[in-house]
Design a protein around this ligand. Sequence first.
Ligand code: AMP
Length: 114
Amino acid sequence: MSTIFSKIIRGEADADIVYQDDRVTCFRDINPAAPVHILIVPNKEIATVNDLSDEDQVLVGYMFLTAKRLAREEGIHESGYRLIINCNRDGGQVVDHLHLHLMGGRPMGPMVVR
Ligand code: AMP
């Protein structure tokens, strides 16, 4: 599996990257659903949450810690924010490369459509 996200991680496709290291690449969503909408993407190609393995435990924790730090840097840590990971069709996953959405800068509304 290789998606546009792998190209962004490798620097082969444009993105508004806000942070990158040897484990994650974080960039602004091209179609933002909130004033702050950043994707925290593991550099490792993992398609979905279903594809996580025990060896990814530290990486997943690091994704959350990175989201927390970016929320502070974006100035939304006190007003609040939402973290979302979609999985497969019913979860609304469109890009098959695991990613954590960090969204905030406005009230995010109800969690899901009921
Ligand atoms: P998901 O529905 O959870 O798979 O979310 C995929 C997200 O990736 C969507 O919010 C898209 O707007 C975003 N997206 C797709 N292509 C790009 C891109 N080239 N650069 C930045 N964000 C993208």
